[in-house]
Design a protein around this ligand. Structure first.
Ligand code: HEM
Length: 177
């Protein structure tokens, strides 16, 4: 379950890939709702968006506790210059920061607008456009897409160009030593 100096453990890998899938669903349902005028379709998208975001929140808390208390990250690979390993760490921190902004602004928006009563009760769907956290949410979402893309392209660069273990050690077939 735990990581070694060479590869991530099954707990870290499972949290990573489930979070990635759920965040992908959040981008889809979020932009679908944001760009739709139909109240029924917006409600449907947000009925998926909010529970999935709650799962991401729980997984993020579990992930932080896991790294803080129970596990250590594998050592950086020496296949690339040191500045690239430092840049990767910075990108990971930025991803966490954007995740916190998205979760924080989403929860704030939901509380001040009474969104749960519209999604799971019979209140009408609130208008989010004038709420300050809505602007932060939309901006953070666009930035997050750019950073996630950069993160994925960097992983593919390691795999196909540098041909090292960066991607393999985050996948389930990686050897543990
Ligand atoms: C990782 C976490 C999250 C991601 C990646 C995410 C993603 C998105 C995206 C991409 C949009 C569309 C932005 C736009 O059109 O400008 C959006 C809108 C929205 N999100 Fe999130 N979101 C997250 C968390 C949350 C949470 C925790 C809540 C509430 C509890 C929430 C509630 C909403 C609402 C109410 C909208 C506005 C929809 C509309 O304008 O029709 N989101 N989100």
């Amino acid at each position: 379950m735990k990581s070694t100096n060479l590869a991530y453990g099954s707990t870290a890998k499972t949290i990573h890939w489930i979070s990635a899938l759920l965040i992908f669903i959040l981008f889809g349902t979020g932009f679908f709702s944001g760009s739709n005028d139909s109240q029924a379709l917006k409600t449907l998208a947000l009925q998926v968006h909010v529970p999935v975001a709650s799962l991401v929140l729980i997984l993020t808390i579990v992930r932080l506790v896991w790294w803080w208390k129970f596990d250590r990250k594998p050592a950086p690979l020496d296949t690339v210059p040191d500045w690239q390993n430092k840049a990767a760490k910075l990108v990971h921190k930025l991803l966490y920061l954007l995740l916190f902004v998205l979760l924080g602004s989403g929860i704030t928006m939901s509380i001040i607008s009474g969104l749960p009563f519209a999604l799971f009760g019979d209140a009408t769907l609130p208008i989010f456009d004038d709420l300050p956290p809505r602007t932060a949410h939309g901006l953070a979402a666009r930035l997050a897409i750019a950073v996630v893309l950069f993160h994925a392209v960097a992983a593919l660069h390691h795999h196909f160009i540098v041909k090292d273990n960066t991607l393999k050690r985050m996948w389930f077939s990686a050897k543990k030593q």
